[in-house]
Every structure is written in C-alpha cells, then in structure tokens.
Design a binder for this molecule. Sequence first.
Ligand SMILES: [Zn+2]
Length: 128
Amino acid sequence: MNLKERAFQLAKPNVLNAYIACGDVAAAIETADGNVYTGISIDTACSLGHCAEHGAVSEMLKHGEYRIKAVVAVDSSGNAVPPCGRCRELMSQLSPDNRQAIVEVRNGIFKTLEELMPFDWKTEPGKQ
Ligand SMILES: [Zn+2]
C-alpha cells in the first residue's frame, strides 16, 4: 500500500457535534528511516483544531523521528491536497533535510517542500 492509500484509509469525515468534526483530510508521512505516520484533521469552532499533516507530525515525533522523505494529504474522495503554509513551515522547521521532502500537491503532481516555501527567514545572513 502506498503513502496516498494509507492516508485515504483514514480520510473519513466524522461530525462529533455542533462544534467539532474530524477526518475531512488525512495525511501520511514517510520518514527518512522508512516508517509511515498518519494523522487526521480536526476542525473546530474558534479555530482550535489542526491539519492532518500536523497530526502526522505529532505521531512521528512521538516515535522520535523528524526527517521526512515524503508526505501526502488527501480529502475524503482520495484527492491529494497541498499542505497549508503553517504545515509547510512546521515540517521545514523540524529539519533542514525536510526541504527535500517530496510532497504530492495535487493528484500526480509532486514538489519538494522547498519549492513550496518562500525565502527561508531562518537562514543566517550570508548563507543559503
Ligand atoms: Zn496545514
């Protein structure tokens, strides 16, 4: 089962109550060590939730890993969706190596995380 299929298995929208829904988007991360971690979105009133990528990053960190080889998020129809700016920044801050992570941004369209990022504000003057 590939990374996208792993994510799609978890993309099952679930409305818990008037304030919270989850699973509209699911994400799967393959780490540099070859492990796969997953997460689902949590959508809440007052913006208290988080993206599926954020959940997958949390799961990855729980297992002591932080270097990402590839990541994909899918909606409940199985279509790849690009990470939001917050998730891009989160993944890039985990390790400089993650700039080379492969991100499926649309079905069959792959970019490196670096291609999705603006000029890196963390870069020291005189260095790239
Ligand atoms: Zn996000």
